[in-house]
Design a protein around this ligand. Structure first.
Ligand code: FES
Length: 133
């Protein structure tokens, strides 16, 4: 974490509680109230995902839910806006590479036969809160 240009500032002498989470399997410490995106910015290299087309790394930018540059997988939920989620003890975060992997189980028959609700389904179904389709 030393090479990142971002670091947490504290009042001198402050006692800061810490919790741990994993990012790509690496144990990282954070403070209650930190957003996951803030923790990602303090890592080296500071990125949250890579693009589906060129594979270039993207870094959290707006920190307020607008730019979608902070998408990562959080506790198995892909495309989570990490700037909108506070860290929790034991949380598992994986940087997202390329396109979002679909994790919904779907039977072959349902995919082929059940077209009755096409066009009426809520496009937000299955998405984490705060994520627009
Ligand atoms: S940093 Fe822009 S949406 Fe999260």
């Amino acid at each position: 974490m030393d090479a990142s240009m971002f670091r947490k500032l504290h009042d001198p002498g402050a006692t800061v509680p810490a919790l741990t989470l994993t990012i790509d399997g690496q144990t990282v410490s954070a403070e209650p109230g930190d957003s996951i995106a803030a923790v990602l910015l303090r890592l080296d290299p500071p990125f949250s995902r890579t693009t589906p087309v060129s594979g270039s790394p993207r870094t959290p930018y707006c920190m307020m839910g607008v730019c979608f540059e902070c998408l990562a997988s959080v506790d198995g939920v892909a495309s989570t806006q990490t700037c909108l989620v506070q860290v929790r003890e034991g949380m598992r975060v994986e940087r997202q590479h390329g396109r979002r992997a679909l994790t919904m189980a779907m039977s072959e028959n349902a995919a082929v036969d059940d077209v009755s609700d096409v066009g009426t389904a809520d496009p937000r179904d299955g998405m984490p809160s705060g994520v627009s389709p």
